[in-house]
Ligand binder design. Structure first.
Ligand code: SAM
Length: 221
């Protein structure tokens, strides 16, 4: 079927986004700790890495750490004095990620902040935190619109924002869909459609993770 073919195509191109032993170890540790299997795929992690490198990111913000798999792809695009702040609600997830990222050699670049991301973001705004160059939003989809508003306050003109899982097997086209995550995406789209400072596009994707997609946004002056 289609999903099978999409997975075969991902497998074929896997040679272009190879996982080294550290990335494999991060995935394995998350699996062994019983974390849900909802990290980005390797080719998506590589895309995050490439975008971070293309924008020359020195400061990266991630919302939704899980076991630190996407975190490692992103952190590897940073210069030695770069910073990645990643926000995670679940202390157990954060523990797994902290240990994995230390073992992968990026522990000193990464700051894992435990707690509800909205609170962590509000605190960073209140503290006058230096703007980020790249933001990756990959946590509870119900709060997407709020995450974008707060990310904007932690951005500068030119900051790139990526939002994962915005297609949800096409469920987003249903205005009365009962899933709160779908409604969270739809509220985000309403916000983006008329936002004067966020310049967005959405790309659908297929592959080992099924039919989904991501939004890429640029922060305007
Ligand atoms: N970015 C990760 C990756 O690709 O490797 C996957 C992140 S996973 C899809 C979403 C994570 O967001 C989970 O670890 C979950 O515990 C966390 N999360 C859910 N609600 C949250 C909230 N309100 N604040 C912060 N993190 C939250």
């Amino acid at each position: 079927d289609a999903l099978d073919l999409w997975a075969q195509v991902d497998d074929y191109f896997a040679v272009l986004a190879p996982e080294d032993p550290h990335l494999v170890a991060v995935r394995d540790a998350a699996h062994q700790a019983g974390l849900p299997d909802i990290a980005v795929a390797a080719n998506q992690g590589k895309l995050l890495h490439l975008i971070a490198a293309l924008v020359g990111a020195r400061r990266i913000l991630e919302i939704g750490t899980l076991g630190g798999y996407s975190t490692l792809w992103l952190a590897r695009a940073l210069p030695p004095d770069g910073t990645l702040v990643t926000l995670e609600l679940d202390p157990a997830h954060a523990r797994v990620a902290r240990s994995s990222l230390a073992q992968a050699g990026v522990g000193s670049l990464v700051d894992i902040v435990v707690g509800p991301a909205v609170h962590s973001l509000e605190r960073m705004v209140a503290d006058g935190t230096e703007p980020f160059d790249l933001v990756f939003v990959d946590a509870d989809k119900e709060a997407l619109a709020r995450y974008l508003e707060l990310s904007l306050e932690l951005s500068r003109p030119g900051t790139a924002i990526i939002v994962d899982n915005v297609v949800r097997q096409g469920a987003v086209v249903d205005p009365s869909h009962p899933d709160g995550r779908v409604q969270g995406v739809r509220r985000m789209v309403d916000l983006l459609a008329e936002h004067p400072r966020l310049d967005p596009t959405v790309i659908q994707t297929v592959g080992v993770k099924g039919h989904d997609g991501f939004a890429l946004l640029r922060v305007l002056p």
